[in-house]
Design a protein around this ligand. Structure first.
Ligand SMILES: [Zn+2]
Length: 444
């Protein structure tokens, strides 16, 4: 009964999101061909396109800026790259697939033997048709990624290797969108924007975050929301370094990644482990009636590593479907537009919005008739006909809300303790408020 009600509610939300799932997929199709990295014009172009959806601010931080123990790197830009054989045939072409170039490759233009070329190639022997995604951000090098089949076709020959790239002082670029709410307490939503043509990791996270921002903009909000579209690791380190003073406003946060694959939703808890965000996500996933996984925090993964470093210890978890590294397509050319589906993007967005709905409505109330139960029947709140079971969950939720609303329990506490859906508990509280049986706690 309760899972059916939650399913109907979510189906309704998915309906009300209209064509959003298809629009997210269309956005991903537009962004897919762009060659992104941790810096450079691919990131700028991506953020410019996102500005058509959300009026985010684009920040530029100069190379060389110290950010905690790190330094903002030189800016990398690439225009073209290929390997040609002695007949002048392009056998590897960046224009065909931007994964072919090792990210942050130095420029090169020379002729090499097969033996000289091989140490600069990366393949996946166990998936001989796929091209791996590799980078060398912090060690200056050059290289090509190709399918293992391509590598095995190479004969002893002279090869022209050409990478038209630049690695120079410039900027690290990131996007930020702030939505003011009724209070200054913030919910942080962060997603990485540094990968080239990879759909699930992480154009899916970018699209879901952008449409979440768009959707929230039209709703009344208790919390303020801050969306960060940053390059992985160095981007969140840079943001934290430049905004350290205001991080105390962050009350809840999610890092979003890998949200378009067919797997079930996986939530990785914050370092705190039992923060309100951790409990809100688990409640929303339980209420969805769908299978899900919860992982304990570990200092490995996405930007939650930085937000949850001990000097910050922010309540930020990671919301994903199949975790990074656990789907074979991860960091390969097979993480493409066929691997993700709009229905999974829509499901991810609906579940994220359900989490925010729990946070937004997680208030504390005080029962105005705490001495014995108030008489619900005379207020029309209790079934007039004995034995009518259809209203039972709402009535049960009212009894739980009345009993636990002593100013010390939030609605999430009540949902957890009663085992009822958060939606029932919230509806019950609204009804009781209308009848002056509850008052909002001044502490909440
Ligand atoms: Zn990745």
């Amino acid at each position: 009964m309760k899972n059916n009600a939650a399913k109907i509610e979510r189906a309704h939300l998915e309906d009300s999101l209209g064509d959003t799932a298809a629009e997210m997929y269309q956005l991903i199709r537009r962004l897919y061909p762009i060659c992104r990295s941790i810096t450079g014009n691919g990131v700028r172009q991506t953020l410019k396109i996102l500005q058509e959806y959300v009026p985010l601010v684009i920040h530029e931080v100069p190379s060389g800026t110290p950010v905690f123990d790190w330094t903002v790197p030189k800016e990398w830009n690439i225009r073209d790259a290929y390997i040609k054989n002695s007949k002048g045939e392009k056998i590897v072409d960046f224009q065909q697939c931007n994964l072919h170039v090792l990210g942050y490759s130095l420029p090169i233009n020379k002729t090499v033997s097969l033996d000289e070329l091989k140490p600069h190639t990366f393949t996946l022997p166990e998936r001989p048709d796929w091209i791996p995604y590799r980078t060398s951000y912090y060690r200056e090098d050059w290289g090509f990624c190709l399918s293992h089949n391509q590598l095995q076709e190479l004969r002893d020959d002279e090869y022209e290797v050409f990478i038209d790239a630049s690695l120079e002082n410039g900027h690290l670029t990131y996007g930020e969108y702030f939505l003011q709410g009724q209070t200054d307490a913030e919910v942080l939503i962060s997603t990485h924007i540094c990968h080239p043509s990879l759909a699930n990791d992480n154009l899916s996270g970018i699209a879901v975050a952008a449409f979440m921002a768009k959707h929230l903009g039209s709703l009344p909000r208790r919390y303020s929301y801050r969306f960060l579209f940053t390059p992985g690791t160095i981007g969140s380190i840079t943001w934290l370094s430049l905004n350290e003073a205001q991080t105390s406003r962050i009350k809840h946060g999610l890092v979003m990644a890998c949200l378009g694959d067919p797997g079930k939703v996986t939530y990785k808890k914050s370092r705190q482990g039992n923060a309100e965000i951790d409990r809100a996500v688990i409640q929303a996933l339980k209420d969805s009636g769908d299978a899900y996984d919860v992982l304990e925090f570990s200092p490995y993964g996405y930007d939650e590593r930085q937000f949850c470093s001990p000097g910050f210890n922010l309540p930020v978890g990671c919301f994903m479907r199949t975790p990074h590294g656990e789907f074979p397509e991860y960091h390969t050319s097979a993480d493409n537009l066929q691997f993700i589906r709009s229905e999974y993007l829509g499901d991810s967005l609906a579940k994220c919005l359900a989490v925010l709905d729990v946070l937004e409505n997680n208030q504390t109330y005080v029962n105005q008739y705490p001495k014995c139960e108030p008489q619900l029947g005379k207020r029309g709140l209790y079934r007039a006909v004995g034995g009518d079971r259809s209203r039972a969950p709402y009535e049960l939720a009212m009894l739980w809300v009345l009993n636990l609303s002593d100013g010390n329990h939030t609605l999430l506490d009540i949902a957890e303790r009663s085992g009822l859906d958060f939606g029932f508990v919230k509806t019950a509280a609204d009804k009781l408020l209308q009848h002056d049986l509850l008052k909002e706690s001044s502490l909440s």
